[in-house]
Design a protein around this ligand. Structure first.
Ligand SMILES: [Zn+2]
Length: 98
Protein backbone atom coordinates (compact mmCIF):
# COMPACT_ATOMS: atom_id res chain seq x y z
CA UNK A 1 0.00 0.00 0.00
CA UNK A 2 1.25 3.47 -0.88
CA UNK A 3 2.48 5.57 1.99
CA UNK A 4 0.19 8.47 2.90
CA UNK A 5 1.53 11.93 2.09
CA UNK A 6 0.63 13.15 5.58
CA UNK A 7 0.97 12.09 9.19
CA UNK A 8 -2.34 11.85 11.03
CA UNK A 9 -1.38 14.50 13.58
CA UNK A 10 -0.56 16.92 10.77
CA UNK A 11 -4.22 17.00 9.76
CA UNK A 12 -5.09 18.39 13.19
CA UNK A 13 -3.88 21.82 12.07
CA UNK A 14 -5.74 21.66 8.73
CA UNK A 15 -8.93 23.58 9.48
CA UNK A 16 -11.92 24.91 7.59
CA UNK A 17 -13.04 28.31 8.84
CA UNK A 18 -16.52 27.78 7.42
CA UNK A 19 -16.81 24.45 9.26
CA UNK A 20 -16.27 26.30 12.55
CA UNK A 21 -18.75 29.01 11.50
CA UNK A 22 -21.38 26.42 10.64
CA UNK A 23 -21.08 24.63 13.99
CA UNK A 24 -21.59 27.96 15.76
CA UNK A 25 -24.48 28.96 13.46
CA UNK A 26 -26.22 25.60 13.98
CA UNK A 27 -26.04 26.14 17.73
CA UNK A 28 -27.59 29.60 17.39
CA UNK A 29 -30.28 28.19 15.08
CA UNK A 30 -31.18 25.33 17.45
CA UNK A 31 -31.42 27.70 20.41
CA UNK A 32 -33.76 29.94 18.43
CA UNK A 33 -35.80 27.13 16.87
CA UNK A 34 -37.23 24.74 19.49
CA UNK A 35 -39.51 23.16 16.88
CA UNK A 36 -36.57 21.73 14.90
CA UNK A 37 -35.99 18.01 15.59
CA UNK A 38 -33.14 17.38 18.09
CA UNK A 39 -32.32 13.82 17.03
CA UNK A 40 -28.77 12.96 15.93
CA UNK A 41 -29.74 12.43 12.27
CA UNK A 42 -31.44 15.79 11.93
CA UNK A 43 -28.74 17.76 13.77
CA UNK A 44 -25.94 16.24 11.70
CA UNK A 45 -27.90 16.47 8.44
CA UNK A 46 -28.46 20.15 9.18
CA UNK A 47 -24.72 20.71 9.57
CA UNK A 48 -23.82 18.58 6.51
CA UNK A 49 -26.33 20.24 4.18
CA UNK A 50 -25.28 23.68 5.38
CA UNK A 51 -21.61 22.86 4.78
CA UNK A 52 -22.35 21.54 1.29
CA UNK A 53 -23.94 24.88 0.41
CA UNK A 54 -20.92 26.93 1.41
CA UNK A 55 -17.41 27.10 -0.05
CA UNK A 56 -14.64 25.53 1.99
CA UNK A 57 -12.22 27.93 3.60
CA UNK A 58 -9.30 25.80 4.58
CA UNK A 59 -6.19 27.07 6.27
CA UNK A 60 -3.21 25.51 7.94
CA UNK A 61 -2.86 27.74 10.96
CA UNK A 62 -4.20 30.94 12.47
CA UNK A 63 -1.14 32.70 11.01
CA UNK A 64 -2.36 31.88 7.50
CA UNK A 65 -5.78 33.41 8.12
CA UNK A 66 -4.31 36.87 7.58
CA UNK A 67 -4.15 36.15 3.86
CA UNK A 68 -7.93 35.95 3.70
CA UNK A 69 -8.48 39.24 5.45
CA UNK A 70 -11.56 39.96 7.54
CA UNK A 71 -13.40 42.58 5.51
CA UNK A 72 -16.20 40.13 4.67
CA UNK A 73 -16.67 38.64 8.15
CA UNK A 74 -20.06 40.29 8.55
CA UNK A 75 -21.30 39.12 5.18
CA UNK A 76 -20.13 35.61 5.92
CA UNK A 77 -22.01 35.52 9.22
CA UNK A 78 -25.22 36.48 7.43
CA UNK A 79 -24.60 34.02 4.64
CA UNK A 80 -23.89 31.16 7.04
CA UNK A 81 -27.04 31.92 9.05
CA UNK A 82 -29.08 31.96 5.84
CA UNK A 83 -27.53 28.66 4.73
CA UNK A 84 -28.53 27.04 8.05
CA UNK A 85 -32.12 28.21 7.61
CA UNK A 86 -32.25 26.89 4.04
CA UNK A 87 -30.76 23.56 5.15
CA UNK A 88 -33.29 23.29 7.99
CA UNK A 89 -36.12 23.44 5.47
CA UNK A 90 -34.56 20.57 3.53
CA UNK A 91 -34.08 18.43 6.66
CA UNK A 92 -37.61 19.11 7.90
CA UNK A 93 -39.07 18.25 4.48
CA UNK A 94 -37.13 14.99 4.12
CA UNK A 95 -35.87 13.84 7.53
CA UNK A 96 -33.73 10.68 7.79
CA UNK A 97 -34.94 9.82 11.27
CA UNK A 98 -37.41 6.95 11.80
ZN1 LIG B 1 -34.89 13.99 13.65
Amino acid sequence: MARKWYDDDELDILNNRNHERVLDAVEVFLEATPTFCRCRDCRLDLAAITLNGLPGRYYVSEEHMKFYGHSDERLNDDRVARAVHEASAVVTRRPHHD
